[in-house]
Design a protein around this ligand. Structure first.
Ligand SMILES: [Zn+2]
Length: 422
């Protein structure tokens, strides 16, 4: 059985090219692999080591304090070399522990740090080669750990990784540039913006919200709350691994029976559901499941777009999800509803303005329909009344109440006392 690096080396070359050519990394590095190669790979450490540390801590509680510190360092953009050096020295305390030695995430955390910090140092070279050796026994790696391992391979130049990356980069770059150009073509959301805005009002109306007198913002929250479980059930129907998300939603529904009376509880519930859903994002073919994307995006836009700070921090991820959604050819009804909700909270290309602009006409139309319905009802009642009167007259009784008449000259109804009037 070939080791990890023999199996996956080619894959790591591609991942290294792709990861470093993301907008995220290019922005942070101030250039791409052709101009800032070392900085690009350092950025993978800069941006993603916190996620890997977090996953290590999930498996090994004794790593939790360090993971918190790493995340803090990442969040505060602490000087990378200084931060990684300190983190590495602390993480090294776990190195002799067999449980850590067999954890690829931990090994990747270590190997990327040591390769970045000490590319030439004699002792470090020995330690590094031990780590690569242990890692070679590992099962496949995934997620952010893959980004980190690419950084390790780059700084160690293990098996000529640098040359292989630089060799493949032009092709990956061309492919990405072509995809970016294609992105400028109007996608699903752009093409359907007006229809989606119109549908938005029908969706809100269907929740029973009084659009004329109650704030429309809360109507969208109500719609999210009402529709999300239904779509989650559809998704879980075809993807059993989603069942956990569905049961979490059901629990939350049970806990919040009167939505507007429990605003905070709703916010927390939606946040928890989002966390439960995001873990699927990076795996399998979930990124091409438009219902899933719309559902998770509605949660994310609601959770993150209400304050400027978290809005900005999660901006790139939300935009990436919208770009995926733009690739849709069509979308299910439930997917559309959740997409509409996401667009409202995000205000992607002025969606809120479009919806608000359509609101007066929508309300007018609704009033007109209500009047027409009332008029029809009155006409129907009148018709029934006339019919009954005709029946009474035919039977020779009081046409108002059906009572019998009494009296010789003047006939009066025994029941209502009215004089015969036909
Ligand atoms: Zn009568």
């Amino acid at each position: 059985m070939p080791g990890l690096f023999e199996r996956s080396f080619d894959n790591y070359v591609t991942i290294g090219c792709k990861a470093t050519y993301s907008e995220h990394v290019i922005n942070a590095a101030g250039g791409d692999l052709t101009t800032e190669p070392d900085r690009c790979f350092a950025c993978l450490l800069l941006l993603y080591r916190g996620e890997v540390a977090k996953r290590i801590a999930e498996k090994h509680p004794e790593f939790a304090d360090l993971a918190t510190k790493v995340e803090e360092n990442v969040k505060t953009y602490r000087n990378l070399r200084e931060a990684v050096e300190e983190e590495f020295n602390q993480a090294a305390a776990f190195y002799q522990n067999p449980q850590f030695q067999s954890d690829p995430d931990y090994l990747i955390f270590m190997v990327s740090a040591i390769s970045y910090l000490y590319p030439q140092d004699e002792d470090a070279l020995k330690a590094r080669s031990n780590m690569f050796g242990l890692l070679d026994q590992a099962e496949d790696t995934y997620g952010y750990a893959n980004f980190l391992i690419c950084a390790g391979l780059w700084f160690a130049d293990y098996n000529g990784y640098r040359a292989a990356v630089l060799d493949r980069f032009p092709a990956i770059k061309a492919q990405f540039d072509a995809e970016r150009a294609a992105k400028d073509q109007p996608g699903f959301i752009q093409r359907n913006m007006d229809t989606l805005a119109k549908t938005a009002l029908a969706v809100l109306d269907s929740t029973g919200w009084d659009l004329e007198n109650q704030p429309i913002e809360y109507a969208f929250l109500q719609a999210l709350w009402n529709y999300r479980t239904k779509l989650a059930a559809e998704i879980a129907g075809r993807r059993p691994e989603f069942a956990g998300v569905l049961s979490l939603m059901k629990q939350n529904n049970a806990a919040v029976s009167a939505p507007d009376a429990h605003g905070e509880r709703i916010t927390t519930s939606l946040g928890d559901e989002m966390t439960a859903m995001t873990k699927f994002y990076a795996t399998g073919d979930w990124k091409s499941d438009m219902d899933y994307l719309a559902l998770v995006q509605a949660h994310a836009c609601f959770s993150f777009c209400r304050d400027a700070d978290s809005r900005e921090k999660t901006q790139n991820t939300r935009m990436e999800v919208f770009r995926q959604l733009e690739k849709a050819e069509s979308m299910s009804g439930g997917g559309k509803v959740l997409l509409i909700i996401a667009l409202w909270f995000e205000d992607y290309d002025g969606f809120q303005g479009k919806v608000r602009a359509l609101l007066p006409a929508f309300l007018q139309e609704k009033r007109t329909q209500t009047w027409a319905r009332e008029r029809d009802q009155q006409a129907e009642q009148q018709r029934q009344l006339e019919e009954r009167r005709a029946q009474y007259r035919a039977r020779g009784v009081c046409q108002h109440c059906g009572g019998a008449f009494k009296g010789l000259l003047t006939k009066k109804c025994v029941s209502c006392g009215r004089t015969k009037d036909y």
